[in-house]
Write a protein that binds this ligand. Structure first.
Ligand SMILES: [Mg+2]
Length: 315
């Protein structure tokens, strides 16, 4: 199913690593994840954790991993969809102002880029995870009706809270505003190429050289694997998160390799030699967590809704 990736020992490889389902799940470290991160740190391999969760700051994430037992990380090892949104606005519209529905990670990222909050006439309504009250949604709706553009940090309709529990994601909040205003949101975060493009640039800055190869490791086909393939990177799927092996064949795009978990490649990172644990045939029906039905991301399904005409401006 998946092609064998040949990595020569001389190749300088950089890693982009998803977190939920790859490093931890339900506040439990995935076995072997700490050893994998140790191998990356010990070999000086450039890497970046890449998450669509726009709520935490990179500092929050580094503390979270420390509490779970992964040491030696700092804020610069993390790149979130909130940081990607701030980068996008700084690059495409530096003087813009924003009305934000989101939490600390998003507010901090925008603040760091000196993007001003504007409750009167914002250029953008920016939607991230959490903080959606009826009052904020009504305000956002009004701003969009008056011409503000709708931007979401990521397309996730829901985010896992455990094997049974989920919470609404930025995609669902943006969908609410799409329905109420008839306008389409633009979704940053994985699988948007801008997320991968900026992450690759960050990897290059850290390693002071362009990596010969960039490998994205993730557990979700629609975001991690799709985005990596479209950005011209290698895509390693791990089965320690949300994807069942049986479902992989249904996708048009396919991972470069399929692994049980990141534990499969720790040795390979240390030695620089391809491991014989690649495409592990021994999955033998490994237990995977429950599969939730329905489109996970707001960008997964074609949208046929026609924009309704906007009301005439009165001011
Ligand atoms: Mg994940």
């Amino acid at each position: 199913m998946a092609a064998v990736l040949l990595v020569s020992p001389a190749m300088k490889t950089g890693y982009l690593i998803d977190m939920d389902g790859v490093i931890y799940r339900e506040n439990q470290l995935i076995p072997g994840a700490a050893d994998f991160v140790d191998a990356l740190l010990a070999t000086g391999t450039p890497f970046l954790f890449l998450t669509n969760n726009s709520a935490p700051t990179p500092e929050d994430l580094s503390v979270r991993l420390k509490r779970l037992g992964i040491h030696g990380l700092c804020a610069r090892h993390f790149y979130t969809s909130a940081m990607n949104t701030a980068d996008f606005l700084t690059e495409t519209h530096p003087a813009c102002t924003v009305f934000v529905i989101g939490e600390g990670g998003l507010l901090a990222a925008l603040h760091e880029r000196k993007i001003a909050n504007d409750g009167i006439d914002p250029s953008y309504v920016v939607v991230g995870e959490g903080a959606a009250t009826t009052e904020r949604l009504t305000k956002a709706h009004e701003h969009i009706e008056r011409g503000a553009r709708l931007l979401a940090t990521n397309p996730d309709n829901w985010c896992p809270m455990g094997s049974e529990k989920t919470r609404p994601g930025a995609g669902a909040i943006a969908a609410f505003l799409e329905a109420s205003t008839g306008r389409r949101a633009y979704y940053l975060g994985k699988p948007n190429g801008y997320m991968f493009h900026r992450a690759r640039r960050k990897l290059t800055e850290f390693s002071l050289a362009e990596p010969d190869a960039v490998i994205m490791i993730g557990d979700t086909m629609e975001t991690d694997i799709r985005g990596a393939i479209e950005a011209g990177m290698y895509a390693f799927l791990v089965l320690s998160g949300s994807t069942h092996l049986e479902g992989v064949g249904e996708y048009v795009y396919q991972p470069t390799r399929i692994l049980h978990s990141v534990a499969d490649i720790a040795e390979e990172v240390r030695s620089g030699k391809p491991s014989d644990r690649m495409n592990s045939p021994g999955f033998n029906g490994a237990a995977t967590n429950g599969h939730r039905q329905g489109d996970r991301h707001q960008t997964d399904h074609p949208h046929h809704a026609k924009a309704r005409p906007r009301p005439a401006m009165t001011k």
